[in-house]
Ligand binder design. Structure first.
Ligand code: PNS
Length: 173
């Protein structure tokens, strides 16, 4: 049987439990899944590319058929380079659909043989986005349960200088 490699492109700034849910589902459906982080010099991300890569590598270490990579330029060109036959994207609510449909159609025009496959994350993550996580964390909101613990810690280190100081210099007994 033909083996199918899929890419799962995105910004992952930061990776959320919704992303991980989709990675798990994708890893069951495809033979190989490459989580591809967009190197986008226009955006100023909260986490550097290498931070995001490291976090995703750690979070997906348990999946044998999942790897992490970075790319720039057109996603379809990257898909060709790694010989992927499918592109995985998550659809949460109806509001995602219009944008995702446009992108899928544009990508089909650019690369007719690459199929976009939409999957839905578990219901509890249906409202979750990296942008909302960044916003909530910046304003001191509790994001536990929405991002893996590793990401929660990194968010605190980045956004709460007092937390970083407390972790680095534990109080003497
Ligand atoms: O995590 P995101 O922001 O939803 O991911 C969007 C992403 C990276 C998949 C999309 O912006 C993308 O593919 N960018 C690369 C340029 C490209 O190929 N654009 C689509 C066709 S013009």
């Amino acid at each position: 049987m033909k083996k199918v490699t899929a890419i799962y492109p995105g910004s992952f700034d930061p990776p959320t439990n919704g992303h991980l849910d989709l990675i798990q589902r994708g890893s069951l459906l495809f033979d190989e899944l490459i989580v591809a982080i967009l190197r986008n010099p226009d955006k100023s991300p909260l986490f550097s590319l290498s931070d995001r890569r490291r976090m995703l590598e750690e979070l997906t270490a348990g999946f044998k058929n999942v790897s992490i990579d970075t790319f720039d330029g057109l996603t379809v060109e990257y898909a060709k380079k790694v010989k992927a036959g499918a592109m995985l994207r998550g659809i949460r609510a109806l509001t995602d659909y219009e944008y995702e449909l446009q992108m899928a159609m544009m990508n089909r025009k650019l690369s007719p043989n690459l199929e976009t496959v939409f999957m839905m994350p578990a219901e509890q993550y249906s409202y979750l986005s990296s942008r909302l996580v960044r916003e909530a964390a910046r304003l001191g909101g509790d994001v536990s349960g929405l991002v893996p613990e590793l990401v929660e810690r990194r968010l605190k280190e980045k956004l709460d200088p007092a937390y970083k100081l407390a972790v680095r210099t534990p109080r003497k007994k």
